[in-house]
Design a protein around this ligand. Structure first.
Ligand code: CO
Length: 167
């Protein structure tokens, strides 16, 4: 099945996702469909709820165009506050400086359920925080000031209206 990207503020993006307990064929298929959707949208990461599936699964892009899969990820440690300019496939046409950490330590599972831990920094740490936020029901605009968030929300909704009016 071809999956399309859900746009904020859809409830599937603002509700925490469920942990994966079944590492069977459905998960493999979901991961393949997410990969296809991420490449089609030219994203550097994607969370399952961005394609409408409320499960704790995401893809994280590295700087070189490759990516890895994370299932049931948890952030164990963060350090060195920074801010990054962020965008999101679910909030098209918008970018903003967002507070993050330069380093993170995460624990996650791979597609067959093996447990892994990773120390990441800079770009990979940034994508990890963005995608794990998605899985927790949070979009990067939730980390902006209330005023900025309202502006982004109004622009996103009017952009959607404009697009849906097109023949
Ligand atoms: Co995003």
């Amino acid at each position: 099945m071809k999956r399309s990207i859900v746009h904020w503020p859809d409830p599937v993006l603002t509700t925490p996702t469920r942990p994966v307990t079944d590492f069977g064929a459905d998960l493999q298929q979901l991961l393949d469909e997410m990969t296809e959707a991420m490449h089609a949208a030219e994203g550097i990461g994607i969370a399952a709820n961005q394609v409408g599936v409320p499960l704790r699964v995401a893809l994280v892009g590295r700087g070189d165009g490759s990516y890895f899969e994370i299932v049931n990820p948890e952030i164990l440690e963060t350090s060195e506050p920074v801010s990054y300019r962020e965008g999101c496939l679910s909030v098209p046409g918008e970018w903003a400086e967002c507070p993050r950490f330069r380093r993170v330590r995460v624990r996650y599972q791979d597609r067959v359920g093996a447990s892994l831990e990773l120390d990441a920094e800079d770009r990979v740490a940034h994508v990890l925080q963005h995608e794990i936020d998605h899985l927790d029901g949070r979009v990067y605009v939730d980390r902006l000031s209330p005023l900025k968030r309202r502006l982004v929300r109004e622009r996103t909704i009017s952009r959607k209206r404009r697009l849906s009016r097109r023949p």
